[in-house]
Ligand binder design. Structure first.
Ligand code: COA
Length: 152
């Protein structure tokens, strides 16, 4: 299978991105939201087979020592052909010296284990949906020069 790789979001059809997320059982948002998320991410990778988008992935990285991988998805009819491994491997190659974190979807754990990822017991998450209004207010009011008094 001949594959073409694209390393930016220019000319990507974001409706196709949403479609692949839906088809592969991943959470999805509107095409515009995914476009903005990919544009604000680095590195990003889109895989085409015969000019058809068949998979993608992205990371958020400081480019030095930390990176987080998100939205790795392959169209179901193209799965188990090495495309997912290609996507993650390329992202890793593009962030040399970085540690990587990710949340594996249910059922994809073995895929990541084969790429040498290991479970970690101390990973923690604060979901946007769990943020209470007070916490959001404090966060919004912070700027570079804001002094905050904490209870101590
Ligand atoms: C998970 C996913 C990205 C893997 O992509 P893929 O192209 O099918 O994976 P590959 O063909 O590159 O597989 C690489 C290796 O992992 C194995 N593998 C892939 N998916 C696996 C799974 N779900 N369970 C166990 N092993 C798996 C393959 O057999 C292959 O093994 P090998 O190197 O010994 O031959 C793809 O199945 C997918 O899009 N799933 C739905 C979305 C999802 O869960 N994404 C992950 C979000 S965190």
């Amino acid at each position: 299978m001949s594959l073409k790789l694209k390393f930016d979001g220019k000319s990507v059809d974001w409706n196709e991105v949403v479609n692949i997320l839906i088809e592969s059982g991943m959470p999805h948002r509107s095409p515009e939201v995914h476009k903005r998320a990919f544009y604000m991410s680095h590195p990003v990778l889109f895989v085409y087979s015969d000019n058809k988008l068949v998979g993608f992935g992205r990371a958020i990285s400081d480019g030095e020592y930390q990176a987080a991988i998100y939205d790795v998805a392959v169209l179901p009819s193209y799965q188990r052909k090495g495309i997912g491994k290609l996507i993650v491997s390329k992202i890793i190659d593009m962030c040399p010296n970085c540690d990587f974190i990710l949340f594996a979807s249910n059922g994809s754990e073995r895929f990541y284990e084969k790429l040498n990822f290991k479970s970690n017991n101390t990973g923690m998450i604060l979901s946007a949906g769990d943020l209470n209004p007070a916490a959001t207010h404090v966060h919004d009011s912070l700027s570079d020069h804001t002094e905050v008094n904490t209870q101590s």
